[in-house]
Design a protein around this ligand. Sequence first.
Ligand SMILES: *Cc1c(COP(=O)(O)O)cnc(C)c1O
Length: 379
Amino acid sequence: MEFIDFKSQYQKYQEPIDRAISKVLTHGKFIMGPEVVELEDQLADFTGVCHCLTVASGTDSLEIALRALEIGPGDEVITVPFTWISTAEVIELVGAKTIFVDIDPKTFNMDMTQLEGAITSVTKAIIPVSLFGQIPNLEEANRIAALHDIAVIEDGAQSFGATRVGRRSGSLTTIGSTSFFPAKPFGCYGDGGALFTNDNQLGEKMRRIRTHGSERHHHHTTVGMNGRFDTVQAAILLAKWPFFMDELEKREVIGRRYSEFLDNICTVPRVDDKNSHVYGQYTIRVKNRNQVQRDLRDKGIPTAIYYPKCLHEQPVFSKLGYTLGDFPAAEAASREVLSLPIHPFLNEVDQDRVIKGLHSLLTTWSKIWHAFLLFKRLG
Ligand SMILES: *Cc1c(COP(=O)(O)O)cnc(C)c1O
């Protein structure tokens, strides 16, 4: 069993993908070729925004967003400590200061009730993360941000295709960002990402930053970067596009099935009523996480831990001055989370192996746990 099965995916879509790559090799427009523009139009249409621009990665996209908002030294940007390093890395990259707020233990997303308290006179943006494929309460983030005239950037690297009150991830904030890293819900065969906005000025500025800050050829008005998305990768995504909705549906079906059978033995993902979840990861919580992971591995079931350490515990962020205990919900999550295999090609036989494997382990563990609690009570 594979944690993510790229081989089956390629086998199934091989013909259109090979054809698309070959077309690019033939026309030779490897940088900003017609496929890049076509994909951007497609994605803008899908998410319902005015401007979509593809970029070299889901990390570059966040950096470009911050730069377009002219965020830098002296500014603060608020995000969560329970996310992939990129979310906070880019804040430091542009010279701003990272401010963390804790997560809601039920959804693993930013606890919006703590947001207001973290805002200062130098706060310039908030980056909520749609972790594991579910969008946070962005209406609340937007409401608070509007009161203070600051921008909201959704880090939707794991949630492309997800919806909140019927609107797609990427379209709900000042700027939306996503990633096409192979393991993400809409993955290419290398690095890639995209930015979304309805703001004409920001859209134009982000485009400029993506291509060396140039307004036109050999005329550079801003410090930019080489942040372009490869034409070959755009062609691959276009070839995969017709299958994407079906893939999303399959992910949701598997996620629901897991939840149905695992709900009584561990904490399964809780889906907010307003959301559709794309299960970029299907993440449960268990007390004896490391042991459970080892035991599942012995049964041939691959799992992953996202994330074993919170960002405020990472050496690179020690300078921020946070200590263990500052973000109890995030810290508890990092000790208990376990992501199960989920991809559109995971058949029911393998799903059942995961479910049965967990049942055999957790039923025993919960017996031991309850015996321990009883013992403690008895003194
Ligand atoms: C994957 C990921 C990124 C970065 O995307 P890349 O394309 O790998 O640079 C950023 N934020 C989150 C939450 C991610 O999961």
